[in-house]
Unconditional design. Structure first.
Length: 220
């Protein structure tokens, strides 16, 4: 039985040539592997009794360690990787110093979306990619010390007031293009627009609109 995912790299990128997970290598597989430049393979054996852990085990364990709190979950991926997903709409927080230290370990890479970005439920926010095919269990324990590097914080302000400014827009000389963009963003993140208006370039009218937005429950 094949012990790991084998990769084929072509003009269109990398794909899984033969998957692990019960796949028995056949004579035809040998030719396909050779055509892809794979002349040596790992096969499943007595892993349970050894001190080795393999990439598909390590990636999930490390991903669960670095994903903090209750607002993320882990999905196994191909080729020794694991995906860290957001379970809520919120703001992604990444411990940058911890991420750098983990990535300098030489055994695993943590790739994330940028810190302080807005994310939505079931969005991919990070990937753990294990570099060696196998590691000693004590090496894995060292990686598990890098805990709580990624978290998603729920939005604290969800009620939005929108005040579009510009005398030319107020007078109808130009069409407002801002509101549809803002509305698309609020719909994406589950926010609510509680106040919306267009005002001319007049400080008193802008200030009055701000007060009205707050009186209507706007938090931002």
């Amino acid at each position: 039985m094949l012990g790991y995912d084998t990769t084929y790299v072509g003009r269109d990128g990398a794909t899984v040539l033969l998957p692990r997970g019960g796949h028995v290598i056949t004579k035809d597989d040998v030719e396909r592997l050779r055509d892809s430049g794979v002349y040596f393979v790992w096969v499943e054996g007595n892993e349970e009794s050894s001190d080795l852990m393999y990439e598909w085990e390590v990636s999930e364990r490390v991903a669960r360690a670095v994903a903090g709190g209750d607002n993320t979950y882990v999905k196994p991926a191909r080729q020794g990787s694991a995906w860290i997903m957001s379970s809520i709409n919120g703001v992604l927080r990444v411990d940058i110093n911890g991420l750098v230290k983990l990535n300098l370990s030489g055994n695993a890479l943590l790739i994330t979306k940028q810190d302080m970005n807005g994310v939505v439920k079931d969005e991919l926010v990070g990937i753990i990619d294990v570099i060696p095919l196998s590691m000693q269990r004590e090496e894995v324990e060292e990686l598990l010390r890098f805990g709580n590097l990624i978290n998603v914080v729920p939005f604290r302000r969800r009620r939005i007031g929108v005040i579009i400014t510009g005398t030319e827009i107020y007078q109808g000389r130009k069409k407002d293009l801002y509101y549809p963009i803002i509305r698309a963003r609020t719909d994406k993140y589950g926010w609510e627009i509680v106040f919306n208006t267009i005002v001319p370039d007049d400080e008193d009218k802008i200030m009055s609109a701000m007060k009205e937005a707050i009186n209507n429950g706007a938090e931002a």
